[in-house]
Design a protein around this ligand. Structure first.
Ligand SMILES: [Zn+2]
Length: 202
């Protein structure tokens, strides 16, 4: 498996500082894989549960998908967006902390920075809930791009079977309601993703 992974890394021009296996099985049965580190210190980490459950072809396809995210700059983009959103959030908090209406409107009689922070963390996310489909559209586009990359550098069929296995293990539906999915899922519904991968394969 290590040879196949290293061959894929060489083929896609990805330099990493090592491939690691994480003990995920002592916490849960969920399988996962991720990148960590910056610059030349990038590391690839696989959960032992993922390696146990997936075939070599499937692991290669999952890694190719993750490499697709990296090659398309999704990780950097998300990092910058996250920093900007945090900055905007803190600016908003800076305004709200001075507004008596903010406390009264959310049922508080005393005003203090601690209460403002607590209200901000618990109540404000619900006010922005309606925006979540907008965020999801972006991350779904990224998933399709990463899947396309995976189909080019590994097997689309293996990615489909790996996905089906993960959906089965997580007991999640393959066909969620489109409206529910638009609000709650960062990834496209399984059926749409699988149809897309199959179209790339043919
Ligand atoms: Zn992805």
């Amino acid at each position: 498996m290590k040879d196949r992974i290293e061959a894929l890394l060489a083929k896609t021009g990805f330099s990493s500082n090592g491939i690691f296996v994480m003990d995920g099985s002592s916490r849960s049965g969920h399988g996962n894989a991720y990148f960590t580190g910056l610059g030349k210190n990038k590391r690839i980490v696989f959960y032992d549960t993922l390696l146990e459950k997936l075939s070599v072809d499937e692991v290669e396809a999952v890694l190719a998908h993750e490499l697709g995210h990296f090659k398309h700059g999704h990780i950097k983009q998300r990092f910058i967006e996250g920093a900007l959103i945090s900055l905007a959030g803190l600016a908003l908090l800076g305004c709200l902390v001075q507004l008596p209406e903010f406390y009264v409107g959310l049922g508080m009689t005393t005003q203090s920075p601690a209460i403002a922070l607590l209200l901000f963390m618990t109540a404000v996310p619900t006010l922005f809930f309606w925006l979540s489909p907008l965020m999801a559209i972006k991350s779904r586009t990224h998933e399709f791009e990463a899947d396309t990359f995976a189909a080019q550098h590994a097997s689309a069929a293996s990615l489909v079977s790996a996905l089906l296995g993960m959906y089965r293990d997580n007991a999640s539906t393959l066909t969620p309601h489109p409206l529910y999915s638009a609000y709650h899922d960062s990834h496209p519904p399984a059926k749409i993703r699988i149809d897309h991968l199959k179209s790339l394969q043919s």
